[in-house]
Design a protein around this ligand. Structure first.
Ligand code: HEC
Length: 192
């Protein structure tokens, strides 16, 4: 009995390790030896804004599993609370950076390299078409109103507070009724 238990435990761990290895090798495509190719300027014209938005927000995964830009950046009015705040807000970024600089930061090749993004997207390079989609998306977001996070956070917490008060009110009212109803019934029964 004891033997069986130990053996099955060992088998279980073995299976776990095998599955983990399969998962790591199969489900998380890394670049291997692929390095990012910077997208050419004419290719950017073929970029797809909607796909760029989906990639940015993480609704569509990057081919080589790079993290969605949203993790560190906000842009325009995307998302209720916008994106992360580790990187700069990218609304109007195309007014600050020229096309070459944008390509450079997305491909880790050229005059503008981010020390934060470079190691991540070297391991998980963006394909040429992903770069094109992201760049047309960023260009299109230029001039969009930025999400005012603070206002939304204040509004959400006020709404949460109001909902809490309302809920307490309902529960409290239910309690009083729950206690009173039998008392009233009892009193009526005694009267009768
Ligand atoms: C791990 C966090 C992180 C992720 C993920 C990330 N970035 Fe960045 N990004 C930064 C930081 C931080 C900077 C500012 C430069 C620096 O300090 O490295 C930056 C800078 C930029 C800039 C230049 C902004 C400027 O005003 O100079 C662009 C454009 C940009 N990122 C686009 C993207 C896109 C597109 C993605 C998704 C493919 C992305 N980033 C993913 C952290 C990130």
């Amino acid at each position: 009995m004891m033997n069986l238990k130990i053996r099955s435990k060992a088998q279980a761990s073995f299976l776990f390790v095998v599955l983990l290895a399969l998962f790591l090798s199969g489900c998380i495509p890394t670049s291997g030896n692929i390095t990012a190719q910077p997208v050419s300027v004419p290719a950017i014209d073929k970029g797809n804004i909607e796909n760029g938005r989906n990639l940015f927000l993480g609704r569509v995964h990057f081919k080589y599993s790079g993290p969605p830009c949203m993790g560190c950046h906000s842009v325009g009015n995307n998302g209720l609370l916008g994106g992360g705040a580790m990187g700069p807000n990218l609304t109007d970024v195309s007014a600050r950076l020229n096309q070459t600089e944008l390509i450079s930061i997305l491909s880790n090749f050229g005059p503008k390299i981010s020390p934060v993004m470079e190691p991540i997207y070297t391991e998980h390079p963006l394909t040429v078409s992903e770069q094109a989609d992201l760049i047309v998306f960023l260009n299109a977001s230029s001039g969009e109103a930025e999400t005012d996070k603070e206002l939304i956070v204040v509004a959400l917490s006020l709404a949460g507070f109001a909902a809490g008060v309302a809920l307490l009110g309902i529960i409290y009212r239910g309690r009083v009724r729950g206690v009173r109803a039998p008392l009233v019934r009892k009193a009526r029964e005694q009267e009768a």
